[in-house]
Structure formats: C-alpha cells, structure tokens
Design a protein around this ligand. Structure first.
Ligand SMILES: NC(=O)c1ccc[n+]([C@@H]2O[C@H](COP(=O)([O-])OP(=O)(O)OC[C@H]3O[C@@H](n4cnc5c(N)ncnc54)[C@H](O)[C@@H]3O)[C@@H](O)[C@H]2O)c1
Length: 321
C-alpha cells in the first residue's frame, strides 16, 4: 500500500492534533472525519477541506467507502467513549490508532483485544510519551550505560478543578488514575522493557473523603527494573514528572519539556530535538499500515494496553481494601 486512506473519529482539540499530523504525512490521505458536534466539524473542515464530514461513526463506516476502501482511523473521543468508539473499526479490520485510555475498565480493553484478534488489523494506543524526543533521549542515554535500574513516574492533577470545569463523567471521576496518570503508567512499563511485571504493590485512598484521589504503586518489572508510580489528585494543578536511574546516570524530567542528567556526579541539560511526539506517532502508525506490519515497541499494542490497564485496576481496587 503506498498511500493510507485515513479518517479521524472525534475532532475535538486532540482529534484536531491527529488530523493535522495526518495531513502532514505524504503517505496518508485524510478522506474523512466524524463528530456529532457541528462546531467541531467546522474546525476540522477548515483544516482538511478535501475530506468528507460525517456526524457519526455509522455514517462514516457506511457512507465513506462508496466503493472505496478505508485503511485506517484515529479515534479521539471523550475518555469514557474511547473504547466503544474504536471497537467497530477494530472489529471491521480497519487499522486503528486510538487515544488513551484504552477503556475506563479493563474489561473494555479485553473486548478490544478480542475484537483485534477477530478483525486482524493493527490496534495501536496513542501513548505518545513513547515517541517523545526528550523522554527517548533520556532513556537511550541510560540504556547506553546498562540496565534501567529504577523508574519514577508521576502525574498529578486537581480533581476539584476538573469537577468544577465539568470535565469528566462520574465513571471517569471515580477512576481518575485511568485518565492522565495512565500515561505515566504506560511510559514506566515501556521504559522498564515493555514486558510484564514480577510483582506489584498498589495503594490508593480517598483523602478528601469521596473519590479516589491519591494513588501509588511500587512494582518490579520482568526486566528487574523497579517502578514507582504516584498520582495525587488533591493538588493545585497538573504536574507530570519522570526519573530514570541507571548505572552511573540519572535523568530527571520535569514535565515533558525539560530535564537534566546527572552522570557520575556531573549535571547537564538533556538536549533533544524539538519534534512533536504526536507527529512522530502518526508517522509510525501510518508506516506500519503501509508495511502491513504489527504493532511493536516503541508503539503500544494490545499487550501493552492490557498491562497498563491491569496496573490501573490494581491501584483503583486498592482504595477499597
Ligand atoms: N495523548 C495525549 O497527550 C492526549 C492529550 C489530550 C487528550 N488526549 C485524549 O484524547 C481524547 C480526546 O481529547 P479531547 O480533549 O479532544 O476531548 P473532547 O471531549 O474535548 O473531544 C472529544 C470529541 O469527540 C466527539 N465525540 C463524542 N462522541 C463521539 C462519537 N460517538 N463519534 C465521534 N465523535 C464523538 C465530541 O463531540 C468531541 O468533539 C481523550 O480521550 C483524551 O484522553 C490525549
């Protein structure tokens, strides 16, 4: 396949990022997009005037091909709809890049995996930290000197602020750890070798009395890497942070914008290209569709999605004993 015919499903702010990334790829042709919001459709039309607009998934799936094929989709809906929105495409054997989280509950991810096995096309989860040049540069420098000994991954937000802004449905609020902290979970597992865990100890609680708002986990990966995860939703705002410790080297990353190494006691900034992880992720996805390949590291496929969701389930379950 030389050019991938792709559609973007859900063109809110994040879907527009995906639309732009696909528009920039010479090997992708954006043929359609869909969203029930007419405002969202208007914004997408301005960005991709050549593509057809649809108000729903069914319309897109039935009307778009009109004898022509749909090779791939990027799905980017509200968090609680990510799994149901991706499912019909995965089932139909359309290569799918789905936004995180890959379900709010593990059973939704398991349903997607079963559908992927029936449909046969690649399913990739858009954990874009795996493509982030700063994180990649830091990880590569640690790996150059030996094993990744320890990874610390943190993602903090304010549940009160999110509630006030009306950001989430009750299902997502009850499982805040599955929304942004799943980036930290996935990236820590990826940095630790992208395989399973030997053991996991989870702790979480309802510090403010109602919802689960404080989360932590300590795990040992199959590779031997020790993983520490923490996500406080009792804070004044958003903070994402990573540490990677190796032999004679540590990398400290504040957010995904800046960081520094400490190498044998000497501190130096982490210099990385300014490339956009969403664009790199889109290029990786389209390339694998062109090659007819399967989802492999650095991308997150079905096995990685299940691993991340198993950690989420364990941490959420820990709140109630
Ligand atoms: N990887 C990242 O760094 C990153 C960053 C931001 C958001 N996200 C994820 O991307 C997703 C989208 O984020 P957002 O901020 O754009 O969310 P949003 O809720 O603002 O937008 C979602 C869009 O999906 C549309 N939609 C709802 N139901 C639909 C359906 N059945 N079919 C098609 N479209 C439908 C909505 O009308 C809306 O335009 C979320 O799941 C979020 O977790 C990831």
């Amino acid at each position: 396949m030389s050019e991938v015919r792709v559609a973007v499903v859900g063109v809110g702010p994040r879907g527009l990022n995906h639309l732009e990334a696909m528009q920039n790829l010479p090997t992708a042709e954006v043929v359609g997009y869909c969203d029930p919001s007419s405002d969202a459709l208007a914004r997408a039309a301005a960005m991709a005037p050549q593509a057809e607009a649809f108000s729903g998934i069914e319309e897109l799936m039935t009307a778009l091909p009109s004898g022509e094929r749909l090779d791939a989709v990027v799905t980017s809906g509200p968090q609680e709809l990510n799994a149901p929105m991706a499912l019909p495409f995965v089932e139909a054997g359309v290569a799918t890049l789905m936004e995180k989280p890959p379900g709010i509950y593990l059973h939704e991810t398991q349903e997607l995996v079963a559908a992927q096995q029936r449909g046969g096309a690649p399913l990739m989860v858009a954990f874009n930290r795996r493509f982030h040049p700063l994180l990649e540069t830091a990880l590569a420098a640690v790996r150059e000197r030996g094993p990744v000994v320890q990874v610390v991954a943190e993602f903090h937000k304010s549940l009160a602020q999110l509630e006030q802004a009306g950001r989430y449905t009750p299902a997502v609020r009850e499982r805040a750890f599955v929304e942004s902290p799943i980036h930290a979970v996935d990236w820590a597992l990826y940095a630790a070798g992208d395989r399973g865990l030997q053991r996991l100890h989870a702790a979480s609680g309802r510090a403010e009395g109602r919802l689960i708002d404080s989360h932590a986990a300590l795990a040992v990966a199959e590779s031997g890497t020790i993983i520490q995860l923490t996500a406080a939703y009792t804070t004044g705002g958003r903070l994402e942070r990573y540490e990677i410790h190796g032999l004679g080297i540590s990398a400290y990353l504040e957010g995904v914008r800046a960081g520094h190494f400490v190498i044998n006691g000497e501190t130096s900034p982490i210099e990385a290209p300014d490339d956009d992880s969403t664009g790199l992720q889109a290029a990786h996805f389209i390339d694998l569709v062109v090659r007819g390949g399967t989802v492999e590291t650095p991308a997150c496929g079905t096995a990685g999605a299940i691993r991340a969701m198993e950690v989420v389930e364990a941490v959420v379950a820990a709140a109630d004993g």
